[in-house]
Ligand binder design. Structure first.
Ligand code: NAP
Ligand code: F7E
Length: 351
């Protein structure tokens, strides 16, 4: 019997890589997507797995749709990756972020508790929980200090996951993941914003990049390495929380330097700083200590920072060169789904 997994947010960076990873492990993979005016399946198409996953419409603020997704898929494991995940936007939409990145986690846990407490639950927690204080590398024992509506919502999700584990004995675990990036990263995040700009400047489509606080420092890893840890966390005998990180911290200036040097340019000649991209509260430094994950899960990151930047710059250059030749960008894929592709209360898996 194939194991069944339900991924909320299968259309995002991590959701699509995790779907690919679980398909390779022999899982039957279900994923939730939300109704948008234009469909957003390009990452699944880019990885050639669109036809291999089952798609169920669900919206995090709508308990009924989450219930249907869990009922229809009847999963062994749920990976709760869906969220409003952009820290900057959480200052603009604090209430929505609180609801979908916070309260929705309790919606899902409550459905699990009521309909099948054997389902294992993974919560996408984040290094943003540590926020404002940096004394040393952050492990599972370091106190949290959220600095954005996003981080506060995720702190709520972190705790509700622990509460449902302790109160009801659910297998519910947090992966506290530090920043992880890839060519599938959204263009608004600083890594992709930079690698995409480098490609455009290199090919003559643009002259500059406009950024905010380039002194911020992060612990950046490769998303494909990180989705493996999510699966590992759910394969343990007992539910536990884990920090997942590379343990290496770099500034945005270092990222700029490496990315521009790959195309023989000096970033200082192409950068504009604009207050618009500064946040009302900044998280200055994050760097994780994932010794527990190494010891208990056997997880170690495989791709180092410089290699990650190179992978992303090369892929963005390839996409822009393709576009010059008349090819589509991956996100412009023709992807309007055949209605029969999606599962809902009207079209069930048994039909
Ligand atoms: P992402 O690319 O932004 O994907 C987020 C997913 O959530 C997308 O599928 C999105 O759907 C879906 N979503 C957003 N709002 C929704 C709503 N109201 N109802 C239903 N679905 C909704 O994020 P990611 O980088 O893959 O991250 C995955 C998870 O890990 C997130 O929870 C994030 O907060 C967390 N996290 C990320 C990092 C990181 O560095 N990447 C680190 C730590 C934790 P659409 O495609 O329709 O927008
Ligand atoms: O910002 C600074 C910005 O938006 C990184 C999410 O996946 O990781 C991500 O959150 C840093 C910040 O990621 C620009 O002020 C400067 O200090 O790429 P980011 P993030 O905020 O670290 C965590 C772990 C998550 O959980 C989140 O879901 O870069 N920065 N100038 C800028 N950032 C952006 N986006 N754009 C700029 O122009």
């Amino acid at each position: 019997m194939h194991k069944k997994a339900l991924i909320t947010g299968i259309t995002g960076q991590d959701g699509s890589y995790l779907a690919q990873f679980l398909l390779n492990k022999g899982y039957k993979v279900y994923g939730t997507y939300r109704r948008l005016s234009s469909p957003n399946f390009w990452r699944l198409q880019y990885l050639n797995i669109f036809d291999k996953v089952e798609l169920i419409p669900a919206e995090l603020s709508d308990s009924a749709s989450l219930f249907e997704a869990i009922r229809i898929s009847s999963p062994d494991e749920i990976y709760n990756l869906a969220a409003q995940s952009f820290v900057g936007a959480s200052f603009e939409q604090p209430i929505n972020t609180t609801d979908v990145s916070g309260v929705a986690t309790t919606r899902i846990l409550e459905i699990i508790r009521q309909i099948n407490p054997k389902i294992k639950f993974y919560q996408a927690s984040t290094s943003e929980l540590y926020g404002g204080i940096y004394d040393h590398k952050q492990n599972e024992e370091v106190p949290f200090h959220p600095r954005s509506p996003y981080a506060a919502a995720k702190l709520y999700s972190y705790w509700t996951t622990r509460i449902y584990r302790d109160a009801y004995g659910l297998f519910a675990a947090n992966g506290i993941l530090f920043n992880h990036e890839s060519p599938l990263r959204g263009l608004e995040f600083v890594t992709r914003k930079i690698t995409n700009a480098v490609a455009k400047i290199h090919l003559g489509f643009s002259k500059n990049i406009t950024l905010g606080n380039i002194n911020a420092q992060r612990d950046w890893g490769f998303a494909l390495d990180y989705v493996e840890s999510m699966w590992m966390i759910l394969q343990q005998d007992k539910p536990q929380d884990f920090v997942i990180a590379t343990g290496q911290m770099h500034s945005i200036e270092e990222l700029l330097d490496i990315a521009f040097k790959l195309v023989n340019l000096d970033y200082k000649k192409h950068i504009v700083i604009d207050k618009k991209f500064f946040r009302p509260l900044e998280v200055h430094k994050l760097c994780g200590d994932s010794s527990k994950a190494k010891k208990v899960l056997g997880w170690v990151p495989k791709v180092a920072f410089k290699q990650l930047v190179e992978i992303m710059v090369k892929e963005d250059i390839k996409r822009w060169e393709g576009w010059q030749k008349g090819e589509r960008f991956p996100w412009d894929a023709i992807n309007y789904p055949d209605e029969r592709k999606t599962l809902s209360r009207y079209i069930s898996i048994d039909d």
